[in-house]
Design a protein. Structure first.
Length: 385
């Protein structure tokens, strides 16, 4: 996949407001890292625009002092909830920007006519059992509101097709902005393995420990691997916070004969994460539904072979750099790992293709695609409310 070159023709200088609250969270996962890296790269691009960042609290070091073209608005709010719905709406009422960009789907009830948001996926519709009733309602509510906006961003062609399918949004109102990868320094392997009591060799999963990620299927595949003479030395490392459906995963682990070789290590820092990738024999991601997958890019960058399911956006992201298995087929996962271990030519081919492919996914490219979409919206007539 080749990065597109965007040539911008500016007709007006805008103040572009950006909701930076998710980017400012101390323990970041997918959406938070997307917001963080996108903001940092967006403000670096040559443009006449001013970027106004809205925070709930004091911005962290990586988001402070980003340049002369960046304004900061810290909007204090005494309550735990409703910052977006209430406090940001008040700001939009009395001091609106020319355009508002919300990277995390939930737009304030009061917003400029030119408002853009990112819908990362709509997994709660085809897989409602993977969400609590409140999460389903809230995400559906946010997406329905977003579907009325003049522009939506999304992170894969797969997600674009899903938004069109479920919400009837015109394709011309949706721009695809693939996600990026940012390399982070690693820690000495001994520090990480000692901290988490991990012994090599190990298989790695990184992501939320939840039902739609099919972590229980991974545990069952691990059982098959451990029964093989070539697989009995492996540990399985599960890194990530616990999500909806964790109880089922926990029960599957408890029922496993090899539960003592399954390490549940929780949230990890970026440095720890990249060390884990670099030392793993393989990264395994068997999700039923993914709008994208930054961990898959991280595995490629670490030169670690990956085994994925054949579902959702995973083929779009992984291309020919991963080994794909049918959803729920634990024997296929076992066989794929056997191939990675013993077919040295294929293993090297996957590593080399992954190293090439990951270079196409950069946060600067994400920012360029995003700015192109915002500029296109500025030149489009938008009805006022």
């Amino acid at each position: 996949m080749l990065a597109e070159k965007h040539v911008f023709t500016y007709t007006i200088r805008m103040v572009i407001g950006i909701d930076a609250t998710r980017a400012n969270k101390p323990q970041k996962t997918g959406v938070e890292w997307y917001s963080y890296h996108l903001i940092r790269e967006l403000v670096k691009l040559p443009s006449p625009h001013t970027f106004r960042l809205y925070f709930r609290n004091t911005p962290e070091e990586g988001l402070a002092h980003l340049g002369a073209n960046v304004e900061y608005r810290i909007l204090r709010w005494p309550f735990r909830y409703l910052w977006t719905q209430a406090r940001l709406s008040i700001e939009m009422l009395f001091s609106p920007p020319d355009m508002l960009f919300v990277p995390a789907a939930v737009v304030p009830p009061l917003h400029p006519a030119r408002t853009v948001t990112t819908i990362h996926d709509v997994a709660y519709l085809p897989y409602p059992q993977s969400y609590s009733w409140f999460s389903r309602w809230y995400l559906h509510y946010a997406a329905r509101k977003a579907s009325r906006l003049p522009m939506i961003l999304t992170i894969s062609r797969f997600s674009k097709d899903e938004i069109v399918k479920y919400y009837g949004v015109p394709q011309t109102n949706i721009a695809v902005t693939h996600l990026g990868f940012a390399h982070t320094t690693v820690q000495p392997a001994s520090m990480v393995t000692t901290k988490f009591n991990i012994e090599e060799p190990y298989l790695l999963y990184i992501g939320r420990l939840e039902r739609k990620k099919n972590v229980a299927v991974l545990v069952k595949a691990f059982d098959l691997i451990k029964r093989e003479p070539w697989g009995n030395q492996f540990e399985l490392v599960l890194a990530g916070i616990k999500g909806h459906g964790w109880e089922e995963i926990e029960q599957t682990i408890a029922a496993s004969k090899y539960r003592d070789d399954i390490k549940i290590i929780g949230w990890v820092t970026e440095e720890e994460k990249h060390t884990l990738f670099a030392r793993a024999t393989a990264f395994i991601l068997l999700s039923a539904y993914e709008g994208f997958s930054i961990p898959l890019l991280e595995a490629m960058a670490a030169r670690t072979p990956a085994i994925t399911s054949d579902q959702a956006a995973l083929p779009e992201v992984g291309g020919t750099a991963v080994m794909r298995t049918p959803r729920g087929d634990t024997a296929a996962v076992r066989d794929a790992l056997h191939t990675i271990i013993f077919d040295h030519a294929l293993r090297q081919s996957l590593i080399d293709e992954g190293s090439r492919r990951v270079k196409s996914f950069t946060w600067r490219h994400t920012a360029e695609q995003t700015l192109a979409a915002l500029n296109a919206l500025e030149q489009r007539p938008v009805p006022t409310k």
